[in-house]
Design a protein around this ligand. Structure first.
Ligand code: ATR
Length: 264
């Protein structure tokens, strides 16, 4: 039986097992997908288990997407460019670190039928998923990517990877077409982003990487103001879809049953 696992800390909230096990069952694959909370000190050993064939694939989530890099034999272009790994597998005896968050975001935007080309995109946050979002945005050629993070230095660090990004102080409100919440604010039901979006104009897109809860206060307020809103559910599904396809060489269905699985 093949064994897959998602590692992170915390990990209880992860819906990856639910999604992957659904596809495993649907496609009659002899496999199991588990979750495991680990400490940083266990990262190297668990990745080595892929090399030994004890684990067939690992998904990596917060806070280890960057920390996993030194323990891999090879990195995909996406992993290299984002310094971030969320999918690990073995190829010709070598452990490969790949990043499917970037494609996940791009496919989610395509699903939305939104054209990023020549748009001004405002990104909030500088944590684990932000390099993947910026990488993916760059492929879609916006006119501007503006980045803001409470801790400005972390945003400045990202400029080393993505020179075209403009940084504004936390609290500043630039002109934008689409704003993306990639902070962790909203994971708790009462969380509120202390930014004032009341004068940003009309018909903007508010995108939240968070999908659980389904509607963060960020999206709720935007909706009340008449903007178009979208949560991170499809991004999550697409990143998992990419990993599953890579590991099992089967493209699972993304149908209404799959999408409903994540509605809790
Ligand atoms: P990590 O930073 O470990 O990768 P993350 O969940 O990916 O974790 O990122 C958390 C993001 O949410 C960060 O951008 C963080 O800002 P800081 O870099 O200043 O910590 C942001 N964040 C979390 N709580 C916040 C708050 N109350 N106000 C503003 N930003 C917040």
């Amino acid at each position: 039986m093949k064994k897959y696992i998602v590692i992170g800390n915390p990990i209880e909230h992860s819906l990856s097992p639910k999604l992957h096990n659904h596809w495993i069952k649907k496609n009659n694959i002899d496999a199991i997908y588990d979750k495991k909370k680990i400490d940083q000190s266990e990262l190297e050993n668990i990745i080595f288990e892929v090399k030994e064939g004890k684990i067939n694939g690992i998904n990596v989530t917060v806070p280890f997407k960057k920390a996993a890099l030194p323990f891999l034999d090879e990195l995909s272009i996406e992993a290299k460019k984002t310094r971030s790994v969320n999918t690990i597998y073995l190829n010709n005896g070598k452990t490969i670190g790949h990043n499917t968050d970037a494609a996940g975001f791009e496919l989610a935007i395509k699903y939305l039928r939104y054209n990023i080309n020549n748009k001004r995109i405002f990104v909030l946050g500088a944590g684990g998923v932000v390099p993947s979002i910026i990488f993916s945005l760059n492929k879609m050629q916006p006119s501007k990517i503006i980045l803001s993070n409470r801790t400005r230095e972390k945003a400045e660090d990202l400029k080393d990877l993505f020179k075209n990004v403009e940084i504004v102080d936390w609290g500043e409100m630039p002109n934008f077409d689409m704003v993306i919440n990639a902070t962790s604010i909203g994971l708790k039901e009462n969380d509120e982003i202390k930014l004032d979006f009341s004068n940003v104009g009309y018909n903007k897109i508010f995108y939240d990487v968070i999908y659980n809860p389904k509607q963060t206060n960020f999206l709720k307020k935007a909706k009340d103001l008449g903007h178009k809103v979208e949560n991170g559910k499809m991004m999550f599904i697409y990143q998992a879809h990419q990993a599953f396809t890579l590991w099992n060489k089967i493209m699972p269905d993304i149908d209404s049953e799959t999408i409903k699985l994540l509605d809790q």
